[in-house]
Design a protein around this ligand. Structure first.
Ligand code: DUC
Ligand code: ZN
Ligand code: ZN
Length: 476
């Protein structure tokens, strides 16, 4: 299955790369192909797709006095289990830090630890003349995109003047500007006022982060990009009004792109309000505290997000994988939702969750491949090597069984004891507990090596290499 069609085929792999895509029963130099190779993986009745590419993950991200609980080792292994064969994570420049040093630090965390290939975007957290110069040199390092935050004042936040300067570098270099588009200063005031009224439950995280402030920031980012001529990619879009802003800009011919995440397609603010457990009571909703937040189903955001994937107003799906345990991490916000570290762990489930959208008829099989692999590759400059099954491409391949089944979660026995992990991420809970998928990741190849086969992990730490990326292929 590719982003443009499906056909029965044999895929011939030599070492790390795809050699040929052949009609079934083809001969090679007069011999039957199947008879002349070392190994045959029988994918009869299953889909053979290019491995998933998750272009938005945060392994080991420092946040709110703690750090995302997946390391590059555990997070990329979990990704592999779920049929994702490449991630693009974020190197984080904090205030006062040099970009070069932050990038070196992130190479240090990832190098030799990853199960699958990985790249980096650069988070720019301190716009100085030195930073702007360093940004312009990032393409030489294989880093062709940077992210800024209109949210989180005092942490990752950049103001409009700083964003403008960075976007000018983006225009001049072709670096993609990625934007966390929420009006942080306003959100922080709303959050403070809610807490003063005693509204401290996780649910109020979503109340404070009103969709109006996502729409507003999305609009502002689009206008700044228009003014400067920078290409713009809005991360984790969750509000239907933000989609309208993006669609409008695209209709006017602007280079504006967007991703959404499975949580904004499947989960809602109402479900977060209703979340409850014996151990945590209403604080159970903390497992779904992420930013942008879950949106109201009554207001129609989830339907609008699925729709945006069909219309191509939103072009791809990433996870914003940023996992925290309930114990000792999410718990930091027991008395005040503002102290709950923001993020959910999804890197293992993205391919399955999006495949379920094929089963329910929200998207086509080809669109599934496009949203999760082909477009991420083109958007972030790795297409040809990744995101496609064709001669010369890396043999990053997933065999997906549409007749298989995947139960997501961490089920407990009749005594309430966990029966064993059902996922491979490091969190102590399953944010996707209870999701049932009518499909299953059977076999995963990373550059020709079988790393997952029939619920067995065969890879090893260090299989994954750093990917130097080219510029986005979406510029006009
Ligand atoms: N949103 C999250 O949910 N986590 C990390 C940072 C972000 O923007
Ligand atoms: Zn973000
Ligand atoms: Zn993020």
């Amino acid at each position: 299955v590719s982003s443009t069609g499906r056909a029965p085929a044999d895929v011939l792999i030599d070492g790390e790369v795809i050699k040929a895509v052949l009609s079934p029963g083809s001969t090679l130099f007069g011999t039957d192909v199947a008879a002349s190779v070392d190994t045959v993986i029988d994918a009869t009745g299953k889909y053979v797709i290019p491995g998933g590419i998750d272009a938005h993950t945060h392994m080991e991200l420092p946040f709110g006095g703690t750090a995302a609980i997946d390391t590059f080792e555990t997070g990329t292994r979990a990704a592999a289990w779920g049929g994702t064969t490449a991630i693009i994570d974020f190197a984080v420049q904090t205030f006062g830090e040099r970009i070069e040093d932050s990038l070196a630090a992130w190479h240090g965390k990832a190098s030799g630890n990853c199960a699958i290939d990985y790249g980096f975007h650069q988070i720019v957290g301190d716009v100085t003349p030195d930073s702007l110069k360093a940004m312009a040199k990032l393409p030489d390092e294989g880093i062709t995109s940077f992210k800024m935050f209109m949210a989180y004042p005092g942490v990752f936040y950049s103001d409009d003047a700083q964003i403008l300067k960075a976007m000018q570098v983006s225009r001049d270099t072709g670096l993609m500007t990625m934007m966390h588009a929420e009006n942080g200063p306003v959100i922080d005031v709303l959050a403070e006022q809610l807490v003063e009224q005693g509204k401290t439950d996780p649910y109020y995280h979503g109340v404070a982060r009103a969709w109006e402030m996502e729409e507003e920031a999305t609009h502002r980012a689009i206008m700044l990009a228009k003014l400067t001529g920078a290409p713009l990619y809005i991360v984790h879009v969750s509000a239907k009004q933000a989609v309208e802003q993006i669609a409008g800009a695209r209709d006017r011919g602007q280079n504006v792109f967007a991703e959404t995440c499975p949580q904004y397609l499947y989960l809602s603010l109402e479900e977060q309000l209703g979340a409850q457990s014996e151990q945590y009571g209403h604080f159970e909703g903390a497992k779904w505290v992420c930013s942008t937040p879950l949106r109201s189903r009554e207001e129609g955001h989830q339907d609008a997000m699925w729709q945006s994937l069909r219309t191509n107003d939103v072009q791809m799906v990433s996870t914003d994988h940023c996992p925290f345990c309930m114990k000792d991490q999410k718990e930091l916000g027991l008395a005040d939702f503002r102290k709950i570290p923001n993020g959910m762990g999804t890197v293992e489930h993205r391919m399955d969750l999006m495949y379920q959208g094929v089963v329910t008829g929200e998207i086509t099989l080809e669109r599934w491949v496009e949203l999760t692999s082909t477009t991420p590759a083109r958007m972030f400059g790795i297409y040809g090597r990744k995101g496609v099954i064709q001669p010369g491409a890396d043999a990053d391949i997933v065999v997906y069984d549409p007749n298989g089944h995947t139960s997501i979660g961490m089920p407990v026995d009749e005594n309430g004891k966990p029966t064993g992990k059902k996922h491979h991420m490091n969190m102590d809970h399953a944010a996707w507990e209870g999701f049932e998928i009518d499909g299953h990741v059977d076999t995963v190849l990373s550059r020709g090596k079988v790393i997952v086969d029939n619920d067995q992990y065969l890879g090893s730490k260090g299989d994954g290499r750093f990917m130097k990326r080219g510029l986005t292929q979406y510029l006009t």
